[in-house]
Design a protein around this ligand. Structure first.
Ligand SMILES: CC(=O)SCCNC(=O)CCNC(=O)[C@H](O)C(C)(C)COP(=O)(O)OP(=O)(O)OC[C@H]1O[C@@H](n2cnc3c(N)ncnc32)[C@H](O)[C@@H]1OP(=O)(O)O
Ligand SMILES: O=C([O-])CC(=O)C(=O)O
Length: 375
């Protein structure tokens, strides 16, 4: 048999298991978490309610939600050895590497000894990850050791307060809430699948989350919101954006924040975050970034039938809230950790190790060659 070039299908269109957590591109609206439509969740829910829904299996009652928010607030503190590690990480490190190290170090200090601890470990990660990234960021960039025990009622408000050393406006806290809901869960995406593969070996939850963070980091996945920002911030007018974009398409470059592995015509999260980006643009008096983003959307659809995914308008929305670009993907982690952990729990129920096969395309039998005869 002649050698063939390995071809990657990316497992597209193949079912790799079942889940009760999420549908993507199946219902009329396109995205549901445990049967609830993303539009309803983004309109009415608190992110902490969505986290509860994903992690505990149902929407909380008022009493359950209050108790859950209180628990998350109690879990925002960081152990001294974790702070010491964060203080060693250089200011020019990528914040996703900080998240990866932070999650892993938490696993050293608060190891999941048995699966009976999985809910508590997941809640701790959810509460501590915003503290981890902000502690490192403020220490390495501003030279301050912040107190991460805040009294904010929400995960998003807690993050913004630590970052800016001031309570967030109602508008900013509201946008963070929606953003965290939109990013929370997305079926068998690459990082979640990575978490499930790790879980299928009966590994601990911190290993699953650490691997997922590394997977989300890439620009084809969560890293796209940062890459989209790096692209649009160069353009001063919609006309310049159109010219540059056409050049990029001509050169067959990938345009970050567009396209999706599952959705074909639109990503239901885009219209939601786009609306909030427009509201924030008005709030800060932007006359550049939002019109540039809108033109990109129009050109990509006109030229390629490619639509904005969840990441594209997140770039301008986060920017308008004064969030540094390099912290965009870590915010995604602070949200998606709920989906990852819920998938780890699901994988552990009725587990079988995930171990697909490969189509071999290498050489047939080769005769052994002693080292002195090799070239
Ligand atoms: C939260 C998230 O993770 S959402 C995804 C975030 N990622 C990005 O925004 C990165 C940019 N987008 C992409 O790279 C891709 O659209 C992915 C990775 C999201 C999906 O990849 P695939 O499923 O392989 O894309 P798909 O099969 O739809 O691609 C079809 C064609 O469109 C092209 N295409 C897809 N997206 C883009 C894009 N953003 N820019 C330019 N061309 C694109 C592909 O290159 C392919 O062209 P070809 O047939 O000539 O090779
Ligand atoms: O589902 C995917 O392939 C990518 C993803 O995580 C998302 O869109 O939120």
């Amino acid at each position: 048999m002649a050698e063939k070039t390995p071809v990657s299908t990316g497992l597209r269109g193949q079912s790799a298991g079942s889940t009760a957590l999420c549908t993507v591109g199946k219902s009329g609206s396109g995205l549901t978490y445990r049967g609830y439509d993303i539009h309803d969740l983004a309109e009415h829910a608190r992110f902490e309610e969505v986290a509860y829904l994903l992690l505990k299996g149902k929407l909380p009652t008022r009493q359950e939600l209050d108790a859950y928010v209180t628990k998350l607030k109690r879990l925002r503190w960081l152990p001294a050895p974790l702070k010491a590690v964060l203080e060693q990480i250089p200011a020019d490190s990528h914040p996703m590497d900080v998240m990866r190290t932070g999650a892993s170090m938490l696993g050293d200090l608060e190891t999941e000894e048995s699966f009976g601890q999985q809910q508590d470990r997941a809640d701790r990660l959810l509460a501590a990850l915003p503290s981890i990234i902000c502690y490192w960021y403020r220490y390495s960039h501003d030279g301050v050791r912040i107190e991460t025990d805040t009294d904010d009622e929400s995960v998003g408000g807690h993050f913004l307060r630590l970052l800016h050393d001031a309570p967030p406006s109602e508008l900013h806290a509201g946008v963070m809430n929606v953003s965290l809901i939109l990013y929370a869960e997305h079926e068998f995406n690459a990082s979640t699948f990575n978490a499930r593969v790790c879980a299928s070996t009966l590994s601990d939850i911190h290993s699953c989350v650490t691997g997922a963070i590394g997977t989300l980091r890439g620009p084809l996945h969560g890293g796209a919101n940062e890459a989209a920002m790096a692209m649009i911030e160069n353009w001063r007018t919609p006309d310049e954006a159109e010219r540059e974009l056409l050049g990029m398409l001509e050169r067959k470059e990938k345009i970050m924040g567009f396209g999706h592995a599952i959705y074909r015509d639109s990503d239901p999260r885009n219209a939601i975050i786009k609306r909030w980006s427009a509201r924030l643009a008005e709030d800060v008096g932007d006359t550049r970034l939002y019109p540039v983003s809108e033109r990109c959307e129009a050109v990509m659809w006109r030229e390629k039938r490619l639509f904005c995914n969840a990441d594209f308008f997140h770039a301008s929305a986060y920017h308008f809230m004064g969030i540094p670009t390099k912290l965009f993907t870590p915010i995604f982690v602070c949200s998606r950790v709920t989906g990852w952990c819920a998938h780890v729990f699901e994988q552990r129920e009725g587990n079988r190790i995930i171990r697909p096969s490969a189509d071999y395309v290498g050489p047939e039998h080769q005769a052994w060659l002693p080292i002195e005869h090799r070239q």
